[in-house]
Design a protein around this ligand. Structure first.
Ligand SMILES: [Zn+2]
Length: 310
């Protein structure tokens, strides 16, 4: 019974300025919490490799990739969108974050433990095929999923995105890919300004009103998400694990609790037990209260381990 953590020191060097909420301290706090957790002996730590341009090309446009590589600053900051800024370490960190997902796919489909958590930053789920957006450069989870489709010839993969913001980039990348079932819960109306109508059958949006809270979230998990996944029978489950829907998060207002993250994780892992040879790959997205982040990631990883033990 073990779980692989993919991370890298390079992910701590990406820095968007002293006032930016997506700070290196987030990842430092998470890794400390996992190292000190009572289940730490069950964690296998692996260094995240760097994704290649070929890995990025499965979901990003070639001209966007070239632009990021060419514009990466050697000193100072480069602003790509109102919220997304590069320093001289950002490109390497973004390649490590994307590479973590690829390595996690190889790990869970080959010899490794069936579960993995990618403790990486920058996050990825807002990154569009042609653009950086909302703290994200490359769409890490989409890079992992597209790699699994190609390398392991998967016919059904599922992505659950419970970050408080809609995973707009991930949705765009799989809009025409019915082998990928995408479910995203998010505060609405809210950033990034989601268009709700006209989605294909494999894209499932779960909007929630500000203040809606725990019970409503759990109802949606039980009545919408889990029946959907049970019917779809994914061969591996991917989680865009953002913790910014927590009631103490400074950026949003969905009022979830740490226990809710354990709850949804347990439910997802039960589906993985039934249909996916226990395979679950989770990656960090948002979450901006450092104390909450440490607690919620610990609860999330613990839930992944506990179900595995049954
Ligand atoms: Zn978010």
């Amino acid at each position: 019974m073990s779980l692989t953590i993919f991370t890298h020191q390079d992910c701590l060097k990406h820095d968007m300025g002293p006032m930016h909420p997506e700070s290196p301290a987030r990842l430092k706090t998470i890794n400390q919490a996992l190292q000190q957790a009572p289940f730490s002996q069950s964690l296998v730590w692996q260094e995240a490799p760097m994704a290649t341009k070929a890995d990025l090309l499965r979901v990003h446009h070639a001209d966007y990739i070239e632009k990021i590589f060419n514009q990466a600053p050697s000193e100072g900051y480069l602003q790509l969108d109102p919220d997304t800024i590069m320093n001289k370490y950002s490109l390497t960190a973004a390649l490590r974050a994307a590479g973590a997902l690829k390595a996690a796919v190889d790990s869970v489909f080959m010899q490794g433990p069936p579960k993995a958590f990618c403790a990486v930053r920058p996050p990825g789920h807002h990154a569009e095929p042609h653009a950086a957006m909302g703290f994200c450069f490359f769409n890490n989870i989409a890079i992992g999923v597209s790699y699994a489709l190609e390398k392991y010839h998967c016919e059904r993969l599922a992505i659950v995105d419970f970050d408080v913001h809609h995973g707009n980039g991930t949705e765009t990348m799989f809009l025409k890919e019915p082998r990928v079932c995408f479910w995203s819960s998010f505060q609405h109306p809210f950033y990034p300004g989601t268009e709700m109508a006209g989605k294909p059958a494999h894209i499932h949006l779960c909007p929630m009103r500000a203040g809606e809270g725990s019970q409503s979230f759990r109802d949606k998990v039980d009545k919408e998400l889990i029946p959907l996944l049970d019917n779809f029978k994914p061969q591996c489950l991917f989680i865009s694990a953002g913790f910014d829907a927590h009631q103490l998060d400074p950026l949003a207002n969905l009022n979830l609790t740490t226990a809710d993250y354990a709850y949804v994780t347990q439910k997802i892992c039960q589906i993985a037990d039934m249909h996916a040879h226990k395979r679950v790959i989770s990656t960090l997205e948002g979450g901006y209260n450092l104390d909450v982040l440490a607690e919620a990631v610990t609860a999330h990883v613990q839930a992944m381990l506990a179900i595995q033990a049954l």
